[in-house]
Design a protein around this ligand. Sequence first.
Ligand code: SOE
Length: 395
Amino acid sequence: MSTQTTDLRIGMVGYAFMGTAHSQAWRTVNRVFDLPLRARMTAVSGRDPGKVAAAAAQLGWAEHTTDWRSLITRDDIDLIDVCTPGDSHAEIAIAALAAGKHVLCEKPLANTIDEARAMAAAAVRAQAGGVRSMCGFNYRRVPAVALMRRLVADGRLGEIRHVRAVYLQDWITDPQFPLVWRLQKDKAGSGALGDIGAHIIDLTQYVTGQRISGVSALTETFVKQRPLPGDSSGLSAGDTVTGTGDVTVDDAALFVARLDGGAIATYEATRFATGRKNGLRVEINGSQGSVVFDFERMNELEFYDAALPSDEQGFSRILVTEPDHPYVAAWWPPGHLIGYEHSFTHQARDLLEAIGTGAPIAPSFTDALQVQLVLDAVERSAALGSWSEVEPALT
Ligand code: SOE
């Protein structure tokens, strides 16, 4: 590891689902990757004083405030991370850029084209002074997606003809699911379209290197009224319901599209695909091959290589876990999937809970002794060429 002397001091606005995900990233990134800057979790802001204090403590932020503007005027903050609903992205990001702060902003960039244009212009102006900005289309950074892009860029698929992209969720199929902010146009801008459709739009343009040049679409709102939640800050219901309100966004959005490199495409974004939890799937067919990415199997990429002899052709499953794959080498030894790390966090969780509550914890040393006894029996059996009994572990 190189010696990291320069800190990048971060102020994050918002601390719900995306704020939690970003915090995890800021906490971890320098422990995994060798980088020229060290992320410092300087301060987080949120509207509710009690909740932001709790979030700061839980997520690892040194300080907290209820005034996001104070983050922007501080000299000891270099980057503003915008993790709020879309209705405040433009105001926060533009103010931060004007103050010379780098900005990371969650997707979709804004709720309207006017806001997005103003943000893009502010970013270009700021960049002249060395200020950087980025939108958080995180799926680009899945190693299998990066590999998919490389295969396309290297010409392994030939001329791209079809793009088939779906993003399928089902978390609002129940009409009693409350009217959370993601279902309100003034807060979210649009529904499934902006929330998850934006991801597949970005992903397919990124992977193909082609821009969507025209679309023909239809949208639907299946459930037009929903219970009003007491707390509409997140994905889940608050505990109080105070009447009903109108759903003002799409529940589903479908469109066909042309890409400017000649491909034609279909897109489907819905939160009503019963049984589909986070089904982001992209298939690309070219003149020389095809690739398929499915987020629910995010460590894999399917590849069909038409350059192979016909008797060897077929979709092959590439396990994207090797050091030559993008991002992977910094994580774990070859073959250890991304997500492997979570089993250690879960292990630590269970141990902390057991110690704290006095609950039993497993596997105990006696359980582990049972494993040792099997290892020993295997070695004895192999050495002797005979059956070996495994005694029960008794302690
Ligand atoms: C909710 O639909 C959501 O969390 C999106 O807001 C995210 O961007 C997506 O990654 C998963 O689904």
